[in-house]
Design a protein around this ligand. Structure first.
Ligand code: NAP
Length: 210
């Protein structure tokens, strides 16, 4: 599968690195595709990875991961003419300026806003409730970290669930895209625990069943 990733920061680089290791072809869509940092990232798996501009990365992509700041999403995504129905995975959390709350919730979510800015894409919210440390190594002893996802397109959600499984996490369908409101609030709780209560990034959410 060809997967493009907008943003080569902490989330984009880890997901790209790991998805390429799973055998996918990964295009890093960067503001500076020829910059040294991005070249070093590509050089880790040069047979499967390359870098390009956002515009050039989209036409033949089957999946596009948005792993840039929420505040940049309207500008970046609205500039794209046509997403051709690709699966757009929204990883964002719409944090406020002091990182201790969300800019929106209850009546909308970053996931729903992103779907408005990318109307020709099939948006699935995922990877927003998980730390980079867990994306890198999702196993906790015998258990795999839970990765929640939500969206309105059944086939798109199936694709994302498969990618989550390939990455070694447990996919849990969290319902329609409007439930991004709850996944983003869940991420806020996680961030509070990790950053302010001292849990750090080496902890993960897990759904248990009996
Ligand atoms: N860090 C986490 O633990 C975590 C976990 C779950 C979800 N998230 C979410 O995932 C997204 C990415 O987080 P991150 O931690 O990977 O962020 P980051 O390390 O700051 O990377 C963000 C990347 O976005 C790209 N970008 C495009 N326009 C930008 C702009 N105007 N300013 C800054 N960066 C810009 C940059 O890539 P180029 O330079 O290549 O363009 C940058 O490296 C965020 O929405 C965040 O809320 C983060």
């Amino acid at each position: 599968m060809k997967i493009s990733i907008i943003g080569t920061g902490k989330v984009g680089s880890v997901l790209g690195r790991r998805l390429a290791a799973c055998g996918h072809r990964v295009c890093f869509a960067s503001r500076e595709p020829a910059g040294q940092r991005v070249r070093d990232l590509v050089a880790e798996q040069p047979m499967r990875c390359w870098a390009d501009s956002v515009a050039a990365s989209i036409p033949d992509a089957e999946v596009l991961i948005y792993a840039a700041p929420y505040d940049q999403a309207e500008r970046i995504l609205s500039a794209v003419d046509d997403f051709h129905g690709l699966v757009l995975i929204d990883c964002t959390n719409p944090l406020n300026a002091t990182f201790d709350g969300l800019q929106l919730g209850h009546t909308s979510s970053a996931g729903e806003r992103i779907a408005e800015w990318a109307p020709t894409a099939r948006v699935v919210k995922a990877f927003n409730t998980t730390s980079v440390a867990t994306m890198t190594e999702p196993r906790y002893g015998e258990q795999a970290a839970t990765q929640f996802y939500c969206g309105d397109d059944t086939d798109a959600k199936r694709t994302v669930a498969e990618l989550i499984s390939q990455l070694g996490m447990e996919p849990v369908d969290a319902g329609p895209l409007r439930n991004a409101r709850y996944l983003e609030a869940t991420a806020m709780l996680y961030i509070h625990l990790a950053v302010r209560e001292g849990w750090g990034g080496d902890c993960a959410l897990k759904m248990l069943r009996r």
